[in-house]
Design a protein around this ligand. Structure first.
Ligand SMILES: [Zn+2]
Length: 138
């Protein structure tokens, strides 16, 4: 495909994003301004190469002011109605993420336990449809 970036470039870009976030995490206690800068650089790479920020780091920066978030320092995390609230203390914005994945897993476990109790011959359809409301609404 013309114009497509080779795989090795993508790989390096991914690595860089990861390294930048690791550095941001490390430097935060001493130089928070550096952490914010690292987030900025990581975002720039992700945009340039059209890469997603890995799940692990996705919630570690504010969606509004793009500052690095360190829970307990400049970020408050609370649970409410099946959602995790990330409160950015830099700009005051609250990000909400549903924790539906965990809830779905729990529900499925419950169904399976129930089926076992009732007898294994009975077939209860377990909803494997993942297209529903799963996913991250932000
Ligand atoms: Zn913010």
């Amino acid at each position: 495909m013309p114009g497509r970036r080779p795989q090795w470039i993508i790989r390096i870009a991914r690595e860089r994003i990861d390294i930048l976030f690791q550095l941001a995490d490390k430097e935060f206690s001493k130089h928070p301004e550096r952490s914010h800068r690292y987030v900025e650089l990581a975002r720039r790479i992700s945009k340039k190469y059209n890469l997603r920020i890995p799940r692990k780091w996705k919630r570690r920066f504010c969606k509004s002011c793009y500052r690095f978030l360190k829970p307990g320092y400049n970020c408050r995390i609370r649970l409410s109605r099946g959602r995790i609230h990330y409160h950015c203390l830099e700009c005051g914005r609250i990000m909400r993420f549903p924790y539906i994945r965990e809830k779905k897993f729990k529900r499925r476990n419950k169904i399976e336990r129930h089926t076992l109790k009732k007898g294994a011959d009975e077939k209860i359809p377990i909803n494997n449809n993942t297209t529903g409301r799963e996913g991250w609404s932000q």
